[in-house]
Write a protein that binds this ligand. Structure first.
Ligand SMILES: NC(=O)c1ccc[n+]([C@@H]2O[C@H](COP(=O)([O-])OP(=O)(O)OC[C@H]3O[C@@H](n4cnc5c(N)ncnc54)[C@H](O)[C@@H]3O)[C@@H](O)[C@H]2O)c1
Length: 420
């Protein structure tokens, strides 16, 4: 067991699992975060990340882990891994303010020989230009000479019980071959299989490609679903049939939109960067048009279902089932449930939601009423819309609901069920 000291900067969905795995692997770990509630919670043994139970935090604490809000703790660490958010600003453009702030903080406490790794998703060139320049300016040290600089994109998949940090192949890249060597030695201790990329820009682009691939294909199946409706074809049967091909086809499902911190966000990083290079991604613009129209399509379909029931959207009680962005997780970031709720409200519907994982849900600044008991909630609604396929929604119970059901996930069948 070595006494390598690791500092994880940003203790969220990515940073906390990394800190947990490093503790498990025998490293001495300190976590730095700017959010006092995160620091206090972890030091009190409370996890704020769904995949990390309190018991894991307790085990980390027993292994010496501490969360801090004082950056002085970064001084003297062998390795610093930056896992801060890289989201979008109010104009929908890449927001690198947390990454810049973390760079300044790390740079001010950087010592010679330290390995600094960026895990946050960003556009190609972020590591070898933006972050490197901040670190060098703050520290007076040179990357590749006085300290080591690397990029290794996180591939964490919240809620995934099969693949975690340890058994998901991890891309590792270095600013120089020596930087790569140090980064590889570090990650070998945490991850079973490493994939070495040619450089930091290739690793940054690989991450953007993974999520853009998903985004574009989700747009494709949503467009296919719209076409099939127009042409009188059962899209869910089409998807089932196509999905049986054992090679050359990857199955994606239509739905109310795309949520989360990555899939709707990362293509923005790619096309903003491409535009700066004078390059236009035709597919991305088309995919964005299709995906951003999905909440409107859900509401249009809701109106059709209600009309069949002799009702209008205005004045109807509509129950949203599942408002988080993916099944069985509590994260609502960029969830399509927000625009769906707002559009339903502006059409005059009385909106409520049911989601055992989400205790508060606010659309356009106005809280949406929460239902906590599924059967009673279904009994009170004129229409339920299955937005998220949580495992607490048995297809049978939904199919027999006393209200009409619009199923955006293709999960149920029944006389009063309409699929998206
Ligand atoms: N969540 C995922 O599933 C996922 C998967 C792959 C990659 N990523 C990428 O990983 C990065 C981190 O995402 P996340 O989901 O963990 O974010 P998060 O919001 O869950 O956590 C980020 C943490 O960083 C802290 N923070 C913000 N600014 C800071 C600063 N200057 N110094 C120290 N701490 C700071 C925040 O307080 C927060 O606790 C992003 O670039 C994201 O795109 C996320």
């Amino acid at each position: 067991m070595s006494d390598t000291v690791l500092a994880v900067v940003g203790l969220g969905y990515v940073g906390l699992p990394l800190a947990a795995r490093a503790c498990e692997a025998g490293l001495a770990v300190v976590g730095f975060d700017v959010a006092p509630q995160v620091v206090e919670g972890l030091n009190a043994g409370r996890s704020h990340v769904g995949d990390i139970p309190d018991a894991t935090v307790a085990a980390m604490r027993a292994n010496g882990f501490a969360a801090v809000d004082d950056a002085a703790a970064l001084a003297g660490c062998d390795t610093v891994v930056i896992c801060v958010p890289t989201g979008l600003d109010a104009a929908g453009l890449p927001d690198l303010s947390a990454l810049r702030a973390a760079g300044h903080t790390v740079g001010r406490h950087l010592g010679a020989g330290t390995l600094v790794v960026l895990e946050s998703t960003s556009h190609p060139g972020t590591t070898d230009t933006l972050l490197r320049e901040i670190l060098e300016k703050e520290s007076g040290l040179r990357a590749g000479e006085d300290f080591h600089l690397a990029y290794s994109p996180e591939r964490i998949d919240p809620g995934n019980t099969q693949f975690g940090l340890r058994n998901t192949p991890k891309i590792v890249s270095g600013y120089t071959p020596l930087c790569l060597k140090h980064a590889t030695a570090f990650y070998h201790r945490l991850v079973d299989r490493l994939v070495l990329s040619a450089g930091t820009r290739e690793a940054e682009m690989a991450k953007l490609l993974e999520n853009t691939h998903r985004y574009v294909n989700i747009a494709l199946v949503n467009e296919v679903a719209r076409y099939c409706e127009r042409a009188g074809i059962d899209v869910w049967d089409v998807l089932h049939c196509a999905g049986t091909k054992p090679f050359g086809y990857t199955a994606f499902q239509p739905g109310p939109g795309v949520g989360g911190h990555c899939v709707p966000v990362d293509p923005r990083y790619l096309d903003t960067h491409a535009t700066e290079q004078g390059f236009t991604f035709e597919l991305l613009a088309a995919a964005r048009r299709v995906i951003s129209a999905m909440p409107t399509r859900v509401v249009e379909r809701a109106a059709v279902v209600l009309r069949r029931e002799g009702r209008e959207l205005a004045g109807s009680r509509v129950l949203l089932l599942g408002v988080s962005y993916k099944p069985d997780v509590a994260d609502v970031r960029e969830s399509p449930a927000f625009p769906v709720a707002a559009l339903l409200r502006s059409a005059g519907a009385e909106v409520a939601y049911h989601d055992p994982l989400v205790v508060e849900f606010t659309a356009d600044g106005v809280p949406v009423r929460r239902e906590t008991e599924l059967s009673a909630a279904l009994g009170r609604a004129d229409l339920a819309i299955l937005l998220q396929d949580h495992s607490c929604y048995p297809a049978r119970q939904l199919a027999q609901a006393p209200c009409a059901l619009l199923d955006t996930r293709g999960k149920t069948a029944g006389a009063r069920v309409t699929l998206l």
